[in-house]
Design a binder for this molecule. Structure first.
Ligand code: FAD
Length: 288
């Protein structure tokens, strides 16, 4: 099923994101986590794509498992980084042959140890979107950044580029994680002013351990951490179980507020943790 049709039939939408294993030997464990999460009332699941393509086969395998074994609409990610036009065409053929109908078209970032040509095929996500559109037969998602992509000097510049991506054929958006809902609401208003009318799925990452929290501001491209969140972290950082519970409660609080403000959907970055996903969904189940 096309994800754009899910949004037009049901709002708010609930989706989960997982990442594939780096090594083939880890595939079973990821599929087991996906199976556990599949019993929750979700509308679709997405699988990330390792920039550089090292685990691209596993992205396709996991997305196919969701769609063909679990009957859950799947969203396979795909990046421009390190892919030639020919490789992109091969990936699209592979996705199509596996019955995958939805692709999140991304630019990607330079992998740590990669020394080859970074963009041998397409330079920006909007170019990849056009290529997927030309290939035909897919519903296409794109990424967006409530607090600006770090490569853009201003949010206005970033939203102008986002509009270009929408005009190329993006059917829905998924946001970078954010921890301050007010930033999301301001961004959503600016998108509407710019004429961006596709559904925007709000990315929520439950932060449940200290290392994750310390890394996050960097990984998320500088998402701001509200004072409320930092107080929670300061209070419980030395108590892992309490911090985990507080992190889950923070995510639940964020989701409740988003749904009270007519958000199109919530995309949970599960980090492949079924227990955390279950606790959150159980707490907000009736709001969807
Ligand atoms: P783009 O839309 O190309 O934008 C990148 C930057 O270039 C922005 O600053 C934008 O304003 C600017 N720009 C865009 N188009 C143009 C243009 N035509 N001319 C000039 N400037 C332009 N990475 C992975 O490797 N694998 C994944 O699976 C993955 N999944 C993700 C899922 C989500 C929901 C999000 C939010 C991010 C994900 N990423 C993933 C990370 C993503 O690849 C990086 O954030 C990357 O830096 C930007 O990708 P993009 O598709 O948003 O790029």
């Amino acid at each position: 099923m096309f994800i754009k049709d899910i949004f037009s039939q049901k709002k708010p939408v609930l989706s989960f994101e997982v990442f594939p294993p780096k090594q083939d030997s880890g595939l079973e464990a990821v599929l087991t986590a996906v199976d556990k999460m599949s019993v929750l009332p979700i509308d679709y699941m997405s699988v990330t794509y390792g920039a550089g393509g090292s685990n691209s086969k596993n992205t396709a395998q996991v997305a196919s498992h969701m769609k063909n074994k679990l009957s859950i609409p799947s969203l396979a990610h795909l990046t421009c980084v390190a892919n030639t036009k020919q490789t992109i065409c091969e990936r699209l053929t592979e996705y199509k042959n596996l019955g995958i109908e939805n692709i999140l078209a991304l630019r990607g970032d330079k992998p740590g140890n990669y020394s080859g040509e970074l963009f041998p095929g397409y330079r920006y996500a909007n170019e990849l979107v056009s290529a997927i559109k030309d290939f035909g037969g897919f519903c296409i998602g794109g990424a967006c950044y409530p607090e600006r992509h770090p490569d853009s000097a201003t949010q206005e510049e970033d939203i102008n580029n986002l509009k270009r991506k929408i005009d190329a054929g993006v059917d829905f958006l998924v946001t970078q994680m954010f921890f301050d809902n007010e930033e999301f609401y301001k961004f959503r208003d600016k998108c509407i002013q710019k004429g961006i009318s596709v559904p925007i799925n709000a990315g929520i990452m439950p932060l449940t351990n200290a290392g994750q929290i310390q890394r996050m501001a960097v990984l998320s491209g500088g998402a701001s951490m509200p004072a409320k969140f930092m107080r929670m972290f300061a209070k419980y950082q030395d108590n892992p179980e309490a911090l985990k519970q507080a992190g889950i409660a923070y995510a639940v609080d964020q989701i409740t507020d988003l749904l009270s403000n007519d958000t199109d959907g919530v995309h949970l970055y599960t980090m492949n943790k079924p227990e955390t996903a279950e606790k959150i969904v159980t707490a907000v189940n009736y709001l969807f």
